[in-house]
Write a protein that binds this ligand. Structure first.
Ligand code: PMV
Length: 323
């Protein structure tokens, strides 16, 4: 009898260190309780295909030749090909349905969450329950198709969940501690280009010449101290590091008045911390605080026309169920 498998995986948010990581500091990311899910089942057809249906449209990928496919979902064919290769399995013809609560193009790791959920469900249909490191590897193959040479942070967070620390050269490391906390993600709905923001930040950083290294070392320290504080449950002090990090990013030119407004509003309502998250110059901010502060900030931000997501940070990574 053919199996049906459903897997889900979380999106991500960058908590500390964005932009500075490009120059060698640590970065810290966390999973969020917005998830993507993929349901796959075996169907009969003549070739080993993956047929994907999603709200972005559908695609049929010949997994022996994924390069023939074009479109945002084609990366999943590379993940399938990777899995077939490492597991040495006879590929089945598989039909999958993607459903995601993670906004697309908002820097929240939606493509990686889909790739991770797909990899788990695809292997599940073949009767294999993969460990997280193999799921992560397969999802990275899909991410490479979508983003060139990504850091691997998004797929690692989607696979392992929780907190993930990363640094160029040292790689990506999921932390063992389980820390969960409530936050708001506030999307300004202003489109931004990560590449342009990175270029602008790097240009501004290079102007600083000799203090450049001091700043990178400072951010390194802030990120590591941030991890310590989170692990101790000292959220108020962690929040102070968030405000400070926003100030540094603002000073480097990647904030915009809308993001600054969110951070000021958060501060005025007693939130523990707030900052832009990801590339900046648009996109989203993240706010951490107690229930009263989060409700007040949520109300103000909605009044201003921003999109607000209430999330839990640090939630579980990929989950799989088959029947
Ligand atoms: O929001 P995102 O996923 O586009 O994050 C970009 C993070 C940067 O540090 C600005 C760039 C990078 O490659 O790390």
């Amino acid at each position: 009898m053919s199996r049906t498998c459903v897997a889900s995986a979380p999106g991500k948010v960058i908590l500390l260190g964005e932009h500075w990581v490009v120059s060698g500091s640590y970065g810290l990311a966390a999973s969020i309780s917005l998830r993507a899910s993929v349901e796959c089942k075996e169907i009969s057809c003549s070739r080993p295909e993956v047929r994907i249906a999603s709200s972005l449209g559908g695609v049929i990928i010949d997994i022996r030749k994924p390069e023939k496919c074009s479109g945002p979902l084609c990366g999943l064919g590379y993940a399938a090909k990777h899995l077939v290769g490492i597991l040495g399995i006879e590929p089945l013809c598989v039909q999958c349905r993607v459903a995601s609560h993670i906004p697309v193009g908002a820097g929240l790791g939606s493509s990686a969450a889909v790739a991770v959920a797909f990899s788990a469900a695809y292997a599940g249909v073949h009767g294999v329950e993969l460990d997280k490191s193999l799921i992560n590897e397969a999802a990275y193959a899909a991410e490479e198709y979508n983003h060139g040479r990504p850091s691997g942070i998004d797929n690692t967070v989607a696979s392992y969940g929780g907190l993930v620390l990363y640094k160029r050269g040292l790689g990506v490391k999921p932390l063992e501690s389980r820390v969960e906390l409530d936050a708001l993600i506030v999307n300004t709905r202003i489109q931004r280009s990560t590449r342009r923001a990175v270029e602008y930040f790097q240009r501004n950083l290079s102007i600083l010449e000799d203090i450049r290294e001091d700043l990178i070392r400072l951010v390194d320290k802030l990120v590591l101290r941030g991890v310590e504080l989170l692990e101790k449950g000292a959220i108020e002090r962690f929040g102070r590091i968030m405000f400070l990090s926003h100030g540094l990013l603002n000073g480097m030119g990647v904030s915009i008045p809308e993001l600054d407004w969110i951070v000021h509003t958060a501060s005025a309502h007693g939130a523990y911390g707030a900052k832009l998250t990801g590339a900046g110059m648009g996109g989203s901010a993240i706010v951490v605080g107690d229930e009263n502060a989060l409700s007040a900030v949520e109300k103000e931000c909605k009044k201003r026309g921003f999109e607000v997501y209430r999330v839990r940070l640090g939630v579980e990574g990929v989950k799989l169920k088959c029947k």
